[in-house]
Design a protein. Structure first.
Length: 201
């Protein structure tokens, strides 16, 4: 693709490095930006600079936050004794959108996947166990994708947690086998959370 300007080419290269955006789409976006008010584009760029420089990760659940603790963890109306274990922030946001869960979260930061070189020490399992010990947790809910990696992670977590005096449950299998939770509709995901069942081997 030939560009009339090196500046345009550089902008296209940066945008096309994002997932799901090819060079043609990136060029369309760049040309659209050039038609906008300069102040709007400066705000656009500044929002990403602020994001990188000021974003925090919650010290308790590892969600994205503006402060040391996220809005969920500091909310006294949430049930801090019930922890919903999720793969990443996208799944947490999907569950929050259902408005069916009033507990707190623990973001693992991934799933066990030997084929991808991701083992138990690469996700936040030890941090979860520390929370269970320190926060007097009563229930842990596994809300991981119904894939091979999700089931492997569920099984590993169950083996690590089964000797604790806590209830261990899993979201109901209203989610189709092999589905990613972030793409489930709010009603299905909300039903799966509210209809959770005890987890067993």
């Amino acid at each position: 693709m030939n560009f009339p300007s090196k500046l345009v080419e550089n902008a296209v290269e940066q945008l096309s490095s994002l997932p799901g955006i090819g060079k043609k789409s990136a060029l369309r976006l760049v040309l659209h930006m050039l038609k906008q008010d300069k102040y709007k584009i400066e705000l656009f760029g500044d929002s990403f600079i602020q994001l990188i420089n000021r974003i925090n990760y919650c010290k308790k659940c590892y969600s994205i936050s503006d402060n040391e603790l996220c809005e969920v963890c500091i909310n006294n109306k949430r049930d801090s004794k019930t922890i919903c274990v999720v793969q990443d922030i996208r799944v947490m946001m999907a569950i929050e959108n259902t408005m069916q869960f009033n507990g707190v979260y623990h973001i693992l930061g991934g799933l066990i996947s030997p084929i991808d070189g991701v083992g138990p020490t690469d996700i936040r399992v030890d941090e979860l166990i520390k929370r269970i010990n320190s926060d007097n947790v009563k229930e842990v809910i596994f809300a991981l994708s119904t894939t091979m990696e999700g089931d492997t992670t569920n099984f590993y977590l169950f083996r690590r947690l089964k000797d604790f005096n806590i209830k261990i449950s899993s979201i109901a299998r209203g989610i189709a086998i092999g589905d990613e939770l972030e793409y489930a509709d709010d009603i299905t995901l909300g039903t799966a959370i509210s209809s959770r069942m005890p987890y067993s081997e």
